[in-house]
Design a protein. Sequence first.
Length: 278
Amino acid sequence: MGAYKPAQISCNRFLCHLKRLYGVKKAGYSGTLDPFARGNVIVGFGSYTRLFPFITKTPKVYEATLWLGAESLSLDTENIVSVSVLNAFSQSQILEVLASLRGEITYTPPIYSAKKIQGKRAYALARAGAEVKLKQVKMQVFDLELLCYNHPYISFRICVSEGAYVRSVGAMIAERLGACGVLSSLERLSEGRVSSKSGEHRFIDPLEVLDYPILTDTTALIRENLWLGRKFVIENQKAGVYIANFEDFFSIIEILEEGSVKYLLNRMHKNVNFIKKS
């Protein structure tokens, strides 16, 4: 499911809401979204959470607004420590900075983030007043576009790799302008092929978001072997990862060079109705 999380609620609370709404006990989401942010979250119910490692979630597209002159430990509006009045910048200055951030960049994640330090979340340590030091990491910025500049606010659209922190990009934009800044709004528009609009929860055919070819050889014997989880060989098939798709279930398998089958995810049942009956 592509579900639209509203602002000012954590992903965990939002997930609890969806579980009550659809009457399910087990559910999960593939990637967190900051409480202050809104936008698309990929949600799986029941055994469909097992699909998360196989779904292509890149690129991720966001729209954000940067508030120049504000300073916050969390790089958003939740922990403002000071606000300064700055002189306006020219649009050419801003465009030059945005251009400098396209491609692979090295950055430090926010201390208020879901990164783990010795098994503990960085945000939990930061809230407890502990010193938090995170290692620099890399992200790919595939595109970075200026939407609007109305001083002291810069609105932009950014397309990034999985695991990127847009709050850190906002801080880097401000720093390269010789200022400080925080995100005053953040919206995730899409993750890979999955998107949702405000107030929308959209069920998705999982085969639409899996980037593997469909196995053409789906005889009754292959179906039986997969259903029973047997060791077997598929001949005359190029090595690689495939989706074995049948009427009532599908499997993700890897065919090795000698033709033997390696199970990556077996027997995912179809036609599962998670919607609570009225």
